[in-house]
Design a protein around this ligand. Structure first.
Ligand code: CP
Length: 306
């Protein structure tokens, strides 16, 4: 594994290897992931061109737990604001002996572009590019589900809300298909579900009660207004009434269904506070698991055998 740019092409063997490696890092204690010397002497550079709370900080923590040196480049105060091109910025950071770039960008394909232009020894990890992909989020979600539910084969998973603009949903669909999840559903209004999603092996529902019936895992998504370009879109109130996960709607799924959300969550828009903070919510476990999964991806990308 040289770069991690998308889930497509990774295949079940690599996905399982990443999840197993993360399990090893987290097996001692979820609260206290041990520091290991695997990336001692290596430099990881966080290049976030778009805002992030969870992804950036868990990548930083993961790199530090692997004993790497970490540089967080503040792009709002970097020389890109004085007209320096992305490639020149990259070349200069590379010259500081960088070994890995963790990249978030609002343009789909940005991580691929950077991967094509970095020196051969440098790994690039996609931390979210436009509408396209967020592979480590999908991996940490799969890890969270496997830890709680075990086998993927009997599971029915529903992804709810703004699937159309979601890089997270796209990566999750590829990951869950690779892992042979029993049934994968998307639920949402017609305007927020892509027309071409069914060939990806997904059942589409526009009615929340029908879509949540017998579901084991519910993944709520944020309305990604920053990527919407007009059209017939629901107001927040309409969306919440029809698709917002309230305690009542949660009762339509299996009694032991778990509730997930990649964050940032908008309470009262896609999820009710009592559900987000309730006993079936694993939203904060997702965040903690992100450290182990990102450690696994970084360690495997830097490992000589892979
Ligand atoms: N899930 C996720 O990508 O969150 P951040 O935008 O806070 O990184």
């Amino acid at each position: 594994l040289k770069h991690l740019l998308t889930i497509e092409g990774l295949g079940p063997t690599w996905i399982t290897r990443i999840l197993d490696t993360a399990e090893n890092f987290m097996s001692v204690s979820d609260r206290e992931i041990k520091k290991v010397p695997l990336l001692r002497g290596r430099t990881v550079v966080n290049l976030f061109f778009e805002s992030s709370t969870r992804t950036r900080t868990t990548f930083e923590l993961a790199a530090k737990r692997l004993s790497a040196d970490v540089l967080n480049i503040n792009l709002s105060t970097s020389a890109t604001t004085k007209g320096e091109s992305l490639l020149d910025t990259l070349r200069n950071i590379e010259a500081m002996q960088a070994d890995m770039f963790v990249v978030r960008h609002e343009q789909s394909g940005a991580a691929h572009f950077i991967a094509r232009h970095v020196a051969p020894h440098v790994s690039v990890l996609n931390a979210g590019d436009g509408w396209h992909a967020h592979p480590t989020q999908a991996l940490l979600d799969a890890f969270t589900i496997r830890r709680i539910k075990g086998d993927f084969a009997p599971l029915r998973i529903a992804i709810v809300g703004d699937v159309k603009h979601s890089r997270v949903a796209r990566s999750q669909i590829h990951a869950f298909n690779s892992l042979n999840v029993g049934e994968l559903r998307v639920i949402g209004p017609r305007t927020l579900i892509p027309n071409d999603i069914e060939p990806l092996g997904v059942r589409v529902f526009h009615d929340m009660r029908q879509g949540l019936k017998d579901v084991d895992v519910i993944i709520m998504l944020r309305l990604q207004r920053e990527r919407m370009e007009g059209g017939l879109l629901p107001t927040e109130q309409e969306f919440y009434r029809l698709y917002g996960l309230t305690e009542e709607k949660l009762g339509w799924a299996k009694p032991d269904a778990i509730v997930m959300h990649p964050g940032p969550a908008n309470r009262g828009v896609e999820i009710e506070s009592r559900v987000a903070d309730g006993p079936q919510s694993v939203i904060l476990e997702q965040v903690s698991n992100g450290i182990g999964v990102r450690m696994a991806v970084m360690a495997l990308c830097m490992s000589a055998e892979s």
